[in-house]
Design a protein around this ligand. Structure first.
Ligand code: 13P
Length: 337
């Protein structure tokens, strides 16, 4: 059937399919310099460009990574960076059949008129940035905005989040980048899982509505939802089966099957929790490729193993492969622990 034709339509469909390929998911390495600084600080390293380069080089040059990882989201600094041997980080990825991606949002600021909520900046000048990123080798993009359940969420904050994501998605597709659409519903709060389900349904109905209004090609996007879980301070934890059931119910009610891939964020879950929950979601066939786009749940043990010491690089890369392989199996519904 005809699909809205644009200069890059064929390429967008192909890129989205490559990223959403069986047994693979996304490694998110797009921490802003401030957030990367916090990670480095946790192992006693200063937030210098050299340390950030050493850490990203360790991750992106892991031998065999491409078997489990189909895409890597980079921060702008890394997109233009080379390894200490002078090889472009982007080329390290492409060699392993990993699609390079780029975080394009400019972060969160307070949203006046709301209930202490925030909105995401970055639309001004975005079209010129996305076309530069494409020239630099990026083929997909990420825009993360957040919604807070304890702060409401207010109708204003949800509308703003959805509209911003939709404008960003249209601009990215126009530059040949597959947009990852990420309205993160924060884990904070003592609410139960039913409340998270209610908020997630509301958020995704607006996101999908505005994506359609902006003529975004659904076959050429990827979604990055939070899993539907109880709030982090809720009195009871939920099992992977309960989380999978609520999350898939939400997706089936709100997300068109034309979307090729659902790439979950880990949002502060432990490494093993994030793997078990993904595995539970893949116990029966889904209309979409249901996979991962984890930062912390792929990197926590890498950082602890590396500790900034060159002699630990190999062990740290092995730790990354352990998590990547576990999540690859979870994507196939075959993780057994
Ligand atoms: P976490 O998996 O650590 O929540 O990060 C997800 C993310 O948005 C980074 O791209």
């Amino acid at each position: 059937l005809p699909i809205r034709a644009g200069h890059y339509t064929d390429e967008l469909l192909k890129t989205a399919k490559t990223i959403a390929s069986p047994g693979r998911g996304i490694l998110a390495v797009d921490e802003s310099n401030a957030t990367c600084g916090k990670r480095l600080d946790s192992i006693g390293l200063g937030n210098t460009e050299t340390n950030r380069q050493a850490y990203r080089q360790l991750l992106l040059t892991t031998p065999g990574l491409g078997e489990y990882i189909s895409g890597a989201i980079l921060f702008e600094e890394t997109l233009y960076q080379s390894t200490t041997d002078g090889k472009k980080m982007v080329d390290c990825l492409v060699e392993q059949n990993i699609v390079p991606g780029i975080k394009v949002d400019k972060g969160l600021v307070p949203l006046p008129g709301s209930n202490n909520e925030s909105w995401c900046q970055g639309l001004d000048g975005l079209a010129s940035r996305t076309s530069e990123y494409y020239k630099q080798g990026a083929r997909f993009a990420k825009w993360r905005t957040v919604v807070s359940i304890p702060c409401g969420p207010s109708a204003l904050a949800v509308k703003e989040a959805a509209w911003g994501l939709a404008r960003y998605a249209a601009i990215s597709q126009d530059s040949g980048l597959v947009p990852i659409v990420e309205p993160e519903i924060l884990l904070d709060g003592d609410h139960g899982i039913e409340r998270t389900l209610e908020v997630a349904e509301k958020v995704w109905s607006e996101v999908i509505f505005y994506l359609a209004e902006n003529n975004v090609v659904f076959e050429g996007i990827l979604l990055k939802p939070s899993m539907v879980t109880p709030g982090a301070e809720h009195k009871e934890r939920a099992s992977p089966e309960t989380i999978a059931n609520h999350t898939l119910t939400m997706l089936r009610r709100r997300i068109p099957p034309a979307v090729p891939g659902i790439m979950f964020l880990s949002g502060g879950q432990s490494e093993v929790e994030a793997t078990l929950n993904l595995n539970a979601m893949n116990q029966s066939p889904n209309p979409w490729h249901v996979s991962f786009s984890y930062a912390r749940a792929l990197q926590n043990s890498v950082l602890k193993t590396w500790k900034g010491q060159p002699e630990n690089v190999e062990a740290a890369q092995k730790a990354l492969l352990v998590r990547a392989k576990a999540n690859s199996l979870a994507q196939l519904g075959k993780y057994t622990g």
